[in-house]
Every structure is written in C-alpha cells, then in structure tokens.
Design a protein around this ligand. Structure first.
Ligand code: ADP
Length: 147
C-alpha cells in the first residue's frame, strides 16, 4: 500500500506515461503527392493529418484537413498541384521524441493549437518519422485511466 489517495495514484501514473507508450503509426506521403491524392489518402486511412517525408524518411511537411481545404479553393487543379504548396514546413513543425512525456506532447498540442505531433527518432544521424501523437491517443489514455 502506497498510502496515496486514488487521485494521486492516477495523476502520478498519467505523469509517467511516455509518448512511445501511446503513439500510433504515421501516415506518410512525399511532397510531390497531389492535393487530390492526399485527400483520397486521408479518407482511406481515416486520419486527420498526413506527414510528408523525403527519400531518407526525414520529415519535410505536415498536411492537415484545413490545409487541403485551402488547397481546393481558388483556381488550382488539385490533381496537378503538389501538397508542397500548402503544407506546413520545417522549421515550423512541432515534433516530439518517443521518450518524451506524454504530458509534454499534450501541452504542445494545446499551446500550438494543433491536432497531432509527428514522433521523430534519430537514426544514423538523421531524424526520421516513426509515429504520431494525436488528440485521440491522449483521450484514449484518459479514458483507460478512468476505467
Ligand atoms: P486542421 O487544419 O485540420 O484543423 P490542425 O489544427 O492540426 O488541423 O492544423 C492547423 C495548422 O497547423 C495546419 O496549417 C497544419 O499544417 C499545421 N500543423 C498541424 N500539425 C502541426 C505540427 N505538428 N507542427 C506544426 N504545424 C502543424
């Protein structure tokens, strides 16, 4: 018996959860993917954000639902226009590491007003995308702890 109140047990558990414990798989595209293809992919994979990577699997961009909506406005031909035109690029991308605390990632989502964070790892000197933390991941943790 730890002598702790149930609430304390829960908050201390929550504080110790790492990004790697709850991260999900990233859905990846390249930056030459057309806006049309990206929309199809987003529906098929049932995600709200796609990550654009280069040939070394390095992160180069984030494509959200609103980015794609913006891309469909105006006169552009969405089958020919690449997502590189609309995506958020480095160095404006907020990322996290597998060993970061989930609370850190959650705070980033709130601070930056975004829905997901790419999880990156250093491999052979370059940062490659290996996962994704979303509001859904975090809500699931919350529900699991309550049950
Ligand atoms: P939506 O646009 O579908 O509401 P978000 O709130 O996640 O989804 O995205 C809002 C804006 O922030 C978009 O322009 C998107 O490219 C950008 N964005 C999303 N995730 C990140 C991130 N991890 N780092 C930086 N910018 C991001």
């Amino acid at each position: 018996y730890t002598g702790k109140e149930p609430e304390e047990v829960m908050t201390s558990r929550l504080r110790n959860i790492l990004v790697r414990d709850v991260q999900s798989l990233p859905i990846l595209i390249t930056q030459d993917t057309s806006i049309y293809e990206a929309i199809v992919k987003m529906f098929l994979e049932d995600v709200g954000t796609l990550y654009a990577i280069d040939e070394k699997r390095q992160l180069v961009g984030v494509v959200s639902r609103k980015d794609l909506l913006k891309g469909t406005m105006g006169k552009s031909d969405i089958e020919k226009t690449p997502v590189s035109i609309i995506m958020t690029r480095k160095p404006h991308i907020t990322t996290c590491y597998p060993n970061d605390l989930l609370m850190y990632a959650a705070n980033q989502l709130i601070d930056k007003q975004i829905d997901s964070l790419p999880v990156v790892e250093l491999k052979d000197g370059i940062e490659v995308v290996t996962g994704r933390i979303t509001k859904t991941n975090i809500t699931r943790v919350f529900v699991n702890l309550m049950e």
